[in-house]
Design a protein around this ligand. Structure first.
Ligand code: SF4
Length: 446
């Protein structure tokens, strides 16, 4: 494996979208965004998801790559949730098919959604439900920071219809936690997990990261064993993305503090083997689920989906992102809100939907988006005739190294090739291949 890592551990996108955000070029106008939303929300059976971004965190975890605003001053909450409500109002004023639309999915991410007071959380969700109606069996989920949630908040979420929570854990080893500025005793995570289960949350996810500073095989074994004591339904076991040219806090440690590529991969392999022994199955890239979880079922029935939030067991026609930096997606457009919270709020105060940039997908983009999605969700893809020769040449060396193989028009990633899925997907990424980046853009694939 060492020689393969030396050869193929190069920068690569995670492909939660295609084109990837750095290669968005043709920005839609606001009118085009409104038109696209209206078109795809008009059919009665079309499905809508809302993503709410809450950017606030009380402290900064130094590995973090999210769009955050760090403050212990909770007076920021009220103006922000007012802006969220006003943003939805601006959309419902202009997109007639959004009014009264059935809401299939609601996701709260961040930052830390559990930073909000119970009052602000409740009033925001209730406002959304005055504009939209819950679909049959809606899926509401929220990212929970075990250090910043309360039992009262879990009860409230349960009453509001949430059944899925994702706990930020990252690592249980106290020394690794200290180095990344995230002190989170096991008992805290345990308490929240048990309370959530008792309240009826039926899908509990843990986020774990491999490749953090000073992680070793024994520290990782400890983290996985502690995870197995609590048996979450799903686990996202992410590769740490080192992008210090984008995230200044990652400059607080150097490459020397990080596990070198072979060890980093060994951390993952060991984690995978321990999880699989306890009945988990690897679903797509870096995700695991138990047999009763919907992610497992979606994988088995070829219904696994991938979007800006990662893997999902369902797909909606429209994802409307509200809040600073949120990304919206329709079949023919991507668009993203102002990233800075102040600029976001100012735009809403001025009565303007705060879109910063986006991309209009061409026919070729849409085809490539689907091919990459197929590959990322099933480890294989049927390659159209007109692309086959290009893809074949791009992956020729990987085929010689037994990382992919062809059967007719179907390209399959082999067991040995799984760590390099992001590199294989690059074969379909026309934008990346045409560009000649002079600065680093993406984290390394492993
Ligand atoms: S990892 Fe989560 S809690 Fe930590 S800074 Fe990032 S968003 Fe905030």
């Amino acid at each position: 494996m060492k020689h393969l890592l030396e050869k193929y551990d190069t920068p690569a996108p995670r492909y939660t979208s295609y084109p990837t955000v750095p290669y968005w070029t043709d920005s839609p106008t606001l009118d085009e965004c409104i038109q696209s939303l209206d078109t795809y929300l008009s059919p009665k059976d079309s499905k809508l998801a809302i993503y709410l971004h809450i950017p606030f965190c009380e402290t900064l975890c130094t590995f973090c790559g999210c769009n955050t605003s760090i403050t212990k001053n909770h007076t920021v909450e009220e103006p922000y949730v007012t802006a969220l409500k006003n943003e939805l109002q601006l959309y419902t004023d202009r997109v007639s098919s959004l009014n009264g639309k059935n809401l299939s999915e609601l996701h709260l991410g961040g930052g830390s959604p559990t930073y909000l007071s119970d009052y602000n959380l409740k009033s925001t969700i209730e406002f959304i439900l005055t504009k939209l109606n819950p679909a049959e069996d809606p899926q509401y989920s929220i990212e929970v920071d075990p250090r910043r949630t309360r039992i009262s908040q879990l009860k409230l979420l349960q009453q509001l219809g949430f059944r899925r929570i994702s706990l930020g854990v990252q690592d249980f080893d106290p020394e690794v936690q200290r180095l990344v500025n995230r002190i989170q005793p096991f008992e805290l995570t345990e308490n929240i997990t048990l309370e959530a289960r008792a309240l009826g949350f039926d899908s509990i996810n843990f986020d774990l990261i491999y490749g953090l500073p000073k992680q070793t095989l024994s520290s990782m074994q400890y983290s996985i064993e502690k995870t197995l004591e609590l048996k979450p339904d799903r686990i996202a076991f992410y590769s740490y993305a080192h992008v210090p040219w984008i995230k200044a806090s990652q400059r607080l440690f150097t490459e020397k503090d990080l596990p070198e590529p072979t060890l980093k991969r060994d951390l993952y392999e060991m984690g995978r083997s321990l999880l699989e022994k306890e009945g988990y199955r690897e679903i797509g890239m870096d995700h695991f689920a138990l047999p009763h979880d919907k992610l497992w079922k979606a994988f088995n029935t070829n219904k696994l989906h991938r979007n800006f939030m990662g893997y999902s067991d369902s797909k909606t026609d429209v994802m409307l992102g509200l809040g600073s930096s949120s990304i919206s997606e329709t079949p023919n457009l991507f668009f993203q809100n102002q990233k800075l919270e102040m600029k976001y709020r100012k735009s809403i105060l001025d009565g303007i939907i705060p879109i910063l940039r986006g991309h209009k997908l061409t026919q070729s983009d849409q085809t490539r988006k689907q091919l990459i999605l197929d590959l990322m969700t099933s480890w294989q893809v049927k390659v159209p005739n007109e692309m086959k020769s290009h893809v074949f040449h791009f992956l020729q060396e990987m085929e010689s190294d037994h990382l992919v193989h062809w059967q007719g028009e179907t390209l399959t990633v082999t067991e040995q090739g799984k760590p390099f899925l992001r590199i294989v997907a690059m074969a379909f990424d026309e934008k990346l291949q045409l560009s000649q980046p002079t600065k680093p853009v993406f984290s390394k694939a492993i």
